[in-house]
Design a protein around this ligand. Structure first.
Ligand code: GTP
Ligand code: MG
Length: 191
């Protein structure tokens, strides 16, 4: 994963628009505003590759990025609250679920969890969906710079508890801060 080998491929608004399934993919899922796009930028070392913003609902398409010749990084729209009209939100939520259930080449989903909030009901629902489609997923704690160590440990315990109920969950949790660069090399090596 080097800046020079990563580029935007396309934004997809329907399953029919997905690129040919000719290589493996990893995707980044999570509630709106959890830091998916920012994490992709941190991973690739390219500040403005994926568009991030403070407004929940920034990413509204399934965005494909190449990572070398071998695989795709996929930035997903968020789930949960979004600052956009309801019919629009419902449309992209449907697409998100179809993608998570039906993409053959999806090798792993990273489910991002805000270090301040832990696993919420919507996260749990997405995890169940991944269980049922047998997509292995791994939890990534984001914005770790926003909490003190003690609080982080508490949230980590809560996340561990939630993961233990999901057969498709990979047990190891990666703690990150895109802001500080924490956990980025670890996540890069996992990918
Ligand atoms: P949607 O596309 O709306 O679903 O959001 P997203 O999950 O892609 O979140 P995005 O990357 O746009 O980031 C949301 C906000 O969180 C932005 O203002 C980021 O700057 C901020 N943010 C993301 N990661 C971190 C982090 O590690 N630390 C801190 N302090 N802020 C972060
Ligand atoms: Mg985004």
């Amino acid at each position: 994963l080097f800046a020079g080998e990563t580029e935007f491929v396309k934004g997809v608004v329907a399953m029919s628009g997905l690129p040919e399934a000719d290589r493996l993919e990893v995707c980044f899922a999570g509630r709106s505003n959890v830091g998916k796009s920012t994490l992709i930028n941190a991973l690739t070392g390219m500040k403005a590759l994926a568009r991030a913003s403070n407004t929940p609902g920034r990413t509204q398409e399934i965005n494909y990025f190449t990572a070398g010749e071998d695989f795709y990084l996929v930035d997903l729209p968020g789930y949960g609250y979004a600052n956009a009209p309801l019919p629009v939100v419902e449309k992209w939520q449907r697409l998100l679920k179809q993608f998570l259930q039906g993409r053959q080449t999806l090798r792993r989903a990273f489910v991002l969890i805000d270090a301040r909030h832990g696993v919420k009901k919507v996260d749990d629902e997405i995890m169940s969906l991944l269980d049922s489609s047998a997509v292995t997923f791994q939890a990534v704690l984001t914005k770790a710079d926003k909490v003190k160590e003690k609080e982080r440990e508490k949230v980590l315990d809560q996340v561990r508890g939630a993961l233990s109920k999901h057969p498709a969950a990979y047990p190891e949790i990666i703690v990150t801060s895109s802001e500080k660069g924490w956990g980025i090399p670890t996540l890069r090596s996992v990918i």
